[in-house]
Design a protein around this ligand. Sequence first.
Ligand SMILES: Cc1cc2nc3c(=O)[nH]c(=O)nc-3n(C[C@H](O)[C@H](O)[C@H](O)COP(=O)(O)OP(=O)(O)OC[C@H]3O[C@@H](n4cnc5c(N)ncnc54)[C@H](O)[C@@H]3O)c2cc1C
Length: 533
Amino acid sequence: MQTYDFIVVGAGSAGAAVAHRLSADPRHKVLLLEAGRASHPWSRVPVGSARLITNPAANWLYSSEPEASTNGRRLPVPRGKLLGGSSAINGLAFVRGQAQDFDTWAQMGNQGWAYEDVLPFFKRMESYSGGGDDTYRGREGPLRITNPEPRDPIFATLIKAAGEVGIPHNPDYNGATQDGIAMSQATISSGWRMSTARCYLDPIRNRPNLHIETNAHTESIILEGTRCVGVRYSVNSTQREARAGRDVVISAGTINSPQLLELSGIGQPDRLKSLGITVQQALPGVGENLRDHYAPRTRWAVGKKNITYNDRARGLGMVVQALRYAFTGKGLLGSVGAPIRAFVRSRDGLEAPDALLGWVPMLTEPSPKGPVLSRQSGFTCYAHAMRPESKGHIHITAADPHQPPAINFNFLSSPIDAEITIRAVRIACAVMTAPAMAPLQLTELEPGATKRTDSEILDWVKDVASTTYHPVGTCKMGIDPMAVVDPQLRVHGIAGLRIADASIMPTLTSGNTNAPSIMIGEKAAHLVLQTAA
Ligand SMILES: Cc1cc2nc3c(=O)[nH]c(=O)nc-3n(C[C@H](O)[C@H](O)[C@H](O)COP(=O)(O)OP(=O)(O)OC[C@H]3O[C@@H](n4cnc5c(N)ncnc54)[C@H](O)[C@@H]3O)c2cc1C
């Protein structure tokens, strides 16, 4: 058995940042365990998202339980399974969230997590080349963030159309205010995906005090009384153990972090006992408070030629795109998933936007190998509530660490989520039918002319919506009885064990979750180093 100062479980968005910062001091011996592989060729290029979303070589490929809000459908729940975690397969949009998101966390009792507390960590993690105000933006961090090419005229058209329905243009939604429509900032640089594997791990592979072990599936933590002293893991079916003199940091993500706690006897006593697991620490909140964005996609056919990716990526067009990418790193293959987005208010009088619209200038169809371009040229615009109040749960169904947990989202169980979603769909339709869009000759495919009342739109949402892959909250940070970690990210009741990933978010941030997950990793390392001695 090897002994380290720190063991980090999971090398994803947060875990890679934790390992990077903890191993910066050569006196700290750090073990980083990752269940997935070291890399995948598609994880290096932006277009690879479409290939990895259904690829078991780099994806856990979970799915949710059927439920009323999905009209009985199981939804795909992809999660990255390789160094970089979900940052290595995601849609590359870089969105921090609103200042109010973090102020809310602080108001819930999480001292040290207000916006003014987390802003230095957001700045520390990034090198943003797109301008903006230095009060908010970082220039020297490991993660390179860029603005996509704005040269495509359809983006200017969309910005004009949004303006016509009262949505202002905001060049930096990660700056002073989130409000408005903007080109998506992206974790892309020189045509390459900027995953945390690339930005946080590649530059430090040679640190002699950092040991990165891939294909290493952590199966449980080792407890001595109420102290965590290490982990048990398997590599190619061989069982191993490692000990931590100081902290074990679990960064296995929203699905696997609560799974690991439950497998280790930390969770709801009745549930654990029913599976034959000895209860080590009763924590009723483990696996609860699951939140995600539930988004229907409105779909529009485009009459005008050579406007969308469907036209440009066909036949010879695809050859041109491939050559352009090969020589310049630009074009469709080097592009962020949804290149333009709007943060909007679903009703007048709100203090801040509560809904998101995201546009992709193409139509796709599902296929076993991932989404493929439709023959029809068109636009997709998804629309969703940004801070849903509906809460689901994730729990193990067996004591076997290789058995996927059951994921129940319980979407739309809070009526306000349904209301905001319907309003967001209506705003998306208003932008698409604004005067500036007329030259594109759009035809509404979905929701369609037969779905105009609230209940018709809601039924359609239940038929078609999917998540935008932002599950959070299953090891909630807080000081209430349902909290799993305290504001220092220490698991309640267990010494030497912290959690640092999207699972600790008490509420969902207003937007995509990669940036806040990395911020959590950065802050976690700071908290560990502050208290470790
Ligand atoms: C398809 C997709 C598209 C997305 N698009 C965007 C986007 O455009 N913008 C955005 O901001 N966010 C996006 N997200 C969400 C964002 O990427 C995640 O919220 C974020 O990466 C979560 O970070 P994390 O550290 O919590 O978990 P992850 O990054 O998922 O890391 C968890 C890591 O732990 C490893 N692990 C799990 N269990 C074990 C175990 N038992 N032992 C060892 N290792 C383990 C996993 O393999 C993984 O590497 C997307 C996500 C997906 C899946």
